[in-house]
Ligand binder design. Structure first.
Ligand SMILES: *[C@@H]1O[C@H](CO)[C@@H](O)[C@H](O)[C@H]1NC(C)=O
Ligand SMILES: *[C@@H]1O[C@H](CO)[C@@H](O)[C@H](O)[C@H]1NC(C)=O
Ligand SMILES: *[C@@H]1O[C@H](CO)[C@@H](O)[C@H](O)[C@H]1NC(C)=O
Ligand SMILES: *[C@@H]1O[C@H](CO)[C@@H](O)[C@H](O)[C@H]1NC(C)=O
Length: 618
C-alpha cells in the first residue's frame, strides 16, 4: 500500500504535550482584539484523561471555556492528525448527540429565537477539503442564507471520521464554521461526536466582550478525569494505585522479567502497572450473566490496550516520523504502528463507551469485581506456555483442503459463494457453499467464468485474491495480474494475462478485461479494480455493507501446469488451493504444487466448544 501522507505533525504535538500541566476550563477568547473570520485550531490531548480532551491553539490547558462573539464567524480547523475520531459538534447541553439533548441545528431554537419556524437557527457548517458538505447557510460569505434547509453537512462528514487513519487524512482538511447569530443569554457546548465525556463550555460575548450569561448554565453533568503523577509520567490513566509491589495484593508482584541487575525502562514500569490494573479488574463475578461478564472483562482489557498505546506514544514516539514510503519498500515501524496506536486509543475508547451504555441498559454496574488475594502468588518462568501442546489436539475438528468442483454438472458462468468461518482458526478460514470443510481445494475449469460472491457479511475484512503462490500480496509473490504471465505465456506483452475482475454493487471497477460479457477484451490495461475495492474492506461494517455487494470474476484462460491459490488480501495464512481443469475435466497438475508453506490451525473439541483458538492447554 502506498502511503501518501506523513504523520510528523502528530508527533510534534505529542512531544509538546509531554510537559504541559493539565488545567481545565480556563477562559479563552480566540482572536481577541481582531475582526473577521476567526480560525480556531483544535487538537486532542490523549494524555489528559481516558478519552483525551480537546485543546485549542492559543488557549491554556484542555477543555477551555471558549468566549465567542455573537454574530462572528469562527472556523474550527480540525486538520491536525489528533482530531481523527473526534469530530467537533455543538449542543445546548453537554455531550449533545450522545445523551441525546438538543444540538445546534437549523430547526432548533433557544431563548425566544423564532428561527425554528423556517429552519434558520444557528448551526455549524461542516467542510471537507475546502468544500461545504451541506446546503443550509447562515453565513452569507459562504453561501446565501437559507430557509427551510436542514442539511448542515454533518451526515456527509461524520462517517469519514471512522474510516482508517490514512483514508481520513486523504479526504482533506476537516473544518467547521460556526456563526452564533442570536444573543442567547445562556451557554452552550462543544463536544466530540464519537466520544462522550469530552464536552467543553462556550460562553457568548457581545461586541464589547461582555458575557451574555455570567453564570455557568447549563451545568456540565460530569467531572473531568484527573491524571495523577505516575500516570502523567506514563501518559496513561488510572494506573497510579496499581503499581505492583510486595504490599499490593491486587495482582502478582511482577509481570516483566529483567535480567539480573538490569534497570527496568520507564515504559516497562508503566506496563507493569497496566497489567496489574487489568488483572485485578478482570477478577469479576459471574453472577450477572454472560453479557455482563463479557463487558466486565472487555472494558479493563480495552483500557489496558489504550494505556499501552498511549504510553508508547508518550515515551517513545517523540522523535518518530513517518515519511512517504515507496511502493514495495519496507514500511518503517513508525508508519506501521502509529496508526495502530491511534486506532486502539480512539476506536477502543469509543467501544468502552458503548459497552458501558450496554451495562447501563442491563441495569448492571460498571464493574463487578470479586476480591482475589494475589499475595501468595509465586512468579515462575516455568509456565505451561512452554509445554508441548496436549496430545489429542493434533487434528482439527475443521476439515480443510477437501476437493470440490463448483458447478460440476453445469456450463457457463459459475457462482461461487464465499464465506468466512471465524471459529475455524485464529484468523478464520474461507468456506464455499456446496464444498465441505474450510479452505476447500477448488477445481476450476480454464476458460470458464467464475463469480466469487462475497456479499455475505462474514467476508468483511476478507477480500479474496488470487495468486501463483500461497498468500500472494502478503509475501510479495506473483498474483494473478494482467501483466504477470503464468508459465511461458507471452500474455504479459499485451497485458492480457488472467486476472480477477473486481466489481462493487454490480459495477466493474477496472479497465482490464478477459471476460467479454463484462467488458470488451482489453489489451494494455493493468487496472483490474483491486485498488478501488480493497480499501473499502477496512471501512466500518455498515459502510462496507452499503457499498456492496462485492463480487469478483475470474476466468483463467491460459494453459498452466501448476496450481494457483486464493487468499485473503487483509490476513495472511488463509490461503486455499485451486486446481485447474482442462476442457475434459482433467487436472492440469495432479501434484499439489507449489506447496502451501504452512499448516492450518488445529481446533480441538475444547476450542470448538468455546469458539476460540489455542485455549485447550490452558
Ligand atoms: C445570493 O444573493 C444575492 C443578493 O441577494 C443575489 O443577487 C444572488 O443571486 C444570490 N445567489 C444565489 C446563488 O442565489
Ligand atoms: C480505576 O480502575 C478501577 C479498576 O478497574 C475502577 O474500579 C475505578 O473505577 C477506576 N477509577 C476511575 C477514576 O476511573
Ligand atoms: C465491443 O466489441 C464490439 C464487437 O467487436 C464492438 O462492436 C463494440 O463497439 C465494442 N464496444 C466498445 C465499448 O468498445
Ligand atoms: C479459451 O477459449 C478461447 C476462445 O474460445 C480459445 O481461443 C482458447 O484456445 C481457449 N484457451 C484454452 C487454454 O483452452
Amino acid at each position: 500500500m502506498m502511503l501518501k501522507t506523513t504523520i510528523a505533525a502528530f508527533l510534534a504535538f505529542a512531544a509538546a504535550a509531554a510537559t504541559a500541566a493539565i488545567i481545565h476550563e480556563a477562559e479563552c477568547t480566540p482572536c481577541e482584539g481582531t475582526t473577521g473570520t476567526c480560525v480556531v485550531k483544535s487538537k486532542v490531548n490523549f494524555f489528559a484523561g481516558q478519552t483525551g480532551y480537546f485543546e485549542f491553539e492559543g488557549c491554556d490547558g484542555v477543555n477551555p471555556t471558549l468566549l465567542l462573539t455573537v454574530g462572528r464567524t469562527y472556523k474550527f480547523d480540525q486538520s491536525d492528525d489528533t482530531n481523527w475520531y473526534h469530530l467537533l459538534g455543538f449542543a445546548y447541553e453537554a455531550d449533545g448527540a450522545h445523551v441525546p439533548v438538543d444540538e445546534l441545528e437549523p430547526g432548533i431554537s433557544r431563548g425566544g429565537n423564532t428561527c425554528d419556524i423556517d429552519a434558520s437557527c444557528p448551526a455549524p457548517m461542516y467542510f471537507r477539503n475546502g468544500e461545504y458538505a451541506g446546503s443550509y447557510s447562515n453565513i452569507p460569505e459562504i453561501k446565501n442564507v437559507t430557509s427551510n434547509d436542514e442539511d448542515f453537512g454533518l451526515d456527509a462528514v461524520e462517517p469519514l471520521f471512522f474510516h482508517p487513519f490514512r483514508d481520513w487524512q486523504s479526504y482533506g482538511a476537516m473544518e467547521t464554521y460556526l456563526n452564533y447569530d442570536f444573543p442567547l443569554a445562556q451557554d452552550f457546548f462543544y463536544f466530540c461526536h464519537i466520544h462522550s465525556g469530552m464536552s467543553g463550555r462556550i460562553k457568548l460575548i457581545d461586541a464589547d466582550g461582555n458575557k451574555l450569561s455570567a453564570e455557568n448554565t447549563p451545568e456540565l453533568p460530569y467531572e473531568y478525569n484527573k491524571v495523577a503523577e505516575f500516570d502523567e509520567v506514563c501518559g496513561t490513566y488510572n494506573l497510579t494505585d496499581f503499581q505492583p509491589s510486595k504490599d499490593n495484593n491486587m495482582c502478582p508482584p511482577m509481570f516483566i522479567c529483567t535480567s539480573d541487575g538490569a534497570e527496568m525502562s520507564q515504559y516497562a514500569k508503566c506496563v507493569e502497572a497496566m497489567n496489574c490494573h487489568m488483572m485485578s479488574s478482570m477478577t469479576t463475578n459471574a453472577g450477572g450473566g454472560v453479557l455482563e461478564l463479557f463487558n466486565h472483562q472487555m472494558i479493563p482489557h480495552h483500557e489496558n490496550a489504550i494505556n499501552m498505546a498511549k504510553s508508547f506514544l508518550k515515551l517513545h514516539a517523540e522523535n518518530a516520523v513517518c515519511n512517504e514510503v515507496e511502493e514495495g519498500a519496507e514500511v518503517s515501524w513508525e508508519c506501521e504502528l502509529i496508526p495502530i496506536f491511534l486506532d486502539i486509543i480512539n476506536g477502543q475508547n469509543s467501544q468502552i463507551i458503548d459497552m458501558k451504555d450496554a451495562l447501563e441498559q442491563l441495569g448492571s454496574t460498571e464493574y463487578a469485581n470479586c476480591e482475589v488475594d494475589f499475595s501468595g502468588v509465586v512468579v515462575s518462568r516455568n509456565r505451561r506456555l512452554h509445554e508441548e501442546p496436549a496430545p489429542g489436539a493434533s487434528e482439527s475438528v475443521f476439515e480443510s483442503g477437501v476437493d470440490c468442483q463448483p458447478c460440476a454438472d453445469t456450463f457457463g458462468e459459475c457462482e461461487v459463494k464465499v464465506k468466512v468461518d471465524l471459529m475455524a482458526g485464529e484468523l478464520g478460514y474461507f468456506t464455499v457453499d456446496g464444498c465441505s470443510g474450510v479452505n476447500p481445494t477448488l477445481h476450476l475449469s480454464i476458460n470458464r467464468t467464475y463469480k466469487f460472491d462475497q456479499s455475505d457479511k462474514s467476508n468483511w475484512y476478507h477480500l479474496i485474491g488470487f495468486s501463483y503462490f500461497a498468500d500472494g500480496a502478503h509475501i510479495g509473490v506473483d498474483e494473478l495480474e494482467p501483466g504477470v504471465a503464468p508459465g511461458d505465456s507471452s500474455c504479459a506483452e499485451t497485458m492480457s494475462c488472467p486476472a480477477p475482475m473486481y466489481t462493487m454493487d454490480g459495477v466493474y471497477q477496472g479497465s482490464y478485461s478477459n471476460i467479454p460479457d463484462i467488458l470488451n477484451i482489453s489489451t494494455g490495461e493493468n487496472d483490474f479494480g483491486l485498488d478501488k475495492v480493497e480499501p473499502r474492506f477496512f471501512h466500518p461494517l455498515g459502510d462496507w455493507e452499503e457499498y456492496g455487494p462485492f463480487v469478483t470474476f475470474l476466468n483463467f484462460d491460459s494453459n498452466y501446469d501448476q496450481d494457483i491459490f486464493y487468499f485473503c488480501h487483509v490476513h495472511s495464512e488463509m490461503t486455499g488451493r485451486i486446481k485447474l481443469l482442462d476442457a475434459n475435466g482433467n487436472m492440469l497438475s495432479k501434484e499439489n504444487k507449489p506447496e502451501i508453506p504452512y499448516e492450518y490451525n488445529v481446533i480441538g473439541n475444547y476450542d470448538q466448544t468455546c469458539g476460540t483458538f489455542d485455549l485447550e492447554r490452558f
